[in-house]
Design a protein around this ligand. Structure first.
Ligand SMILES: NC(=O)c1ccc[n+]([C@@H]2O[C@H](COP(=O)([O-])OP(=O)(O)OC[C@H]3O[C@@H](n4cnc5c(N)ncnc54)[C@H](O)[C@@H]3O)[C@@H](O)[C@H]2O)c1
Length: 331
């Protein structure tokens, strides 16, 4: 389908990835951007506040009445609102309610609205740790965390709506994404901005476990492009696709690269207890996205990390580095 001149609803739109997806689709479409602003700050959508083709709505995805009202009349839904992995370690019920229950609530509303496309943005966490690499879409589904399990429940609900009601569902599985607007403060700080701020403050990057665990780190503009391209792809309806760079890097390697980039090579890594449920290895097979809709992530790790550090330094945070760099073992 052509994503031009459409009425598109995005949930989790003020979040890290959602706000980048909104930026792309706002150019040619009418958008309803839904978030409860519990995590994603409204400032992530400041560029759309006065746009005549964009409505920003504070709403809770678990409230089906609100979803029915906001999704009514939409042609496309891109569902990205979540409660994150770290939160699931301390608040598993919240994770279930938002990620599984909230997805069902949004699916119900999308079905009632008769939308033409429903993109469920899932996660590589539904695979658990790699049993074979690279991990294709047929890799076993064995999530380690409640977050991963709740994201998988969302996939299963989405496919149930496809099979039972013919809701045109596409499932998109991004791998770890990094870049501007990624949470960097407090308990939600993700690994790359956390290391960068620790190094910037002259402190050791704090690694959970031995740092040999790998991720397929993908720059956010690539992930957002992949989500948009996957949503437009008719062949993907009723099916699932990975969105990733297709290359693994260990957490130790990330710390080293950032140390070099930030001219802090002399600072040693500090190791602490592993994070519960942390997967050992993620490395995506990206062939399907390339074959179905010609998607390839083009931003190399060096370039992506440099852009991320620039953003961290310039954007918001000069005064808050000490607090942020403390590193939080309190996941
Ligand atoms: N960030 C990654 O590395 C990554 C990797 C794989 C998959 N994903 C997936 O991408 C999507 C977006 O992730 P993100 O990193 O941008 O997350 P995020 O936490 O930055 O964004 C999620 C947004 O959902 C909002 N939200 C939470 N509960 C809500 C509720 N009840 N009602 C309405 N809004 C609510 C939050 O305020 C937040 O703005 C998610 O589906 C996630 O599973 C992310």
């Amino acid at each position: 389908m052509n994503l031009t001149g459409r009425k598109i609803v995005i949930t989790g739109a003020s979040g890290f990835i959602g706000s980048h997806v909104a930026d792309r689709l706002a150019v040619d479409n009418e958008l309803v951007l839904i978030d409860d602003f519990s995590i994603g700050p409204r400032e992530n959508l400041a560029q759309h506040e006065d746009a005549p083709n964009v409505r920003i709505e504070e709403a809770d995805i678990t409230d089906h009445g609100q979803m029915r009202e906001l999704i009514g009349g939409a042609e496309v839904v891109i569902h990205m609102a979540i409660s994150c992995l770290r939160t699931s370690l301390n608040s598993p019920l919240l994770s279930h309610d938002i990620n599984a229950g909230g997805t069902l609530s949004v699916l119900m509303a999308a079905h009632e609205a008769g939308v033409e496309r429903f993109s469920y943005v899932s996660s590589s966490e539904i695979y658990g740790t790699a049993q074979t690499v690279p991990m294709s879409e047929t890799h076993p589904l064995a999530p380690t965390t409640v977050y991963g399990a709740s994201k998988l429940a969302g996939e299963l609900y989405a496919f149930a709506y496809w099979r039972t009601y013919g809701l045109p569902v596409s499932v998109i599985r991004p791998f770890n994404t990094y870049g501007p607007r990624e949470p960097y403060a407090g308990a939600r700080a993700e690994v790359i901005p956390r290391f960068a701020l620790q190094l910037d403050a002259g402190r050791s990057p704090v690694v959970y476990g031995d740092g040999s665990q790998t991720r397929d780190f993908t720059y956010v503009s690539d992930t957002a492009d992949g989500i948009v391209a996957a949503t437009a792809c008719d062949e993907l309806v009723g099916d699932v696709v990975n969105i990733a760079h297709g290359r693994e890097a260990s957490i130790n390697r990330i710390a080293e690269l950032l140390g070099t980039l930030m001219n802090r090579q002399e600072i040693a890594i500090t190791y602490t207890d592993p994070r519960p449920g942390d997967v050992d290895r993620h490395f995506a097979d990206t062939e399907k996205a390339k074959r179905l809709f010609g998607f390839e992530a083009l931003t190399g790790l060096d370039t992506g990390l440099a852009k991320t550090v620039d953003w961290l330094r310039e954007a918001h945070i000069a005064d808050r580095i000490d607090e942020d760099a403390a590193g939080s073992p309190n996941w």
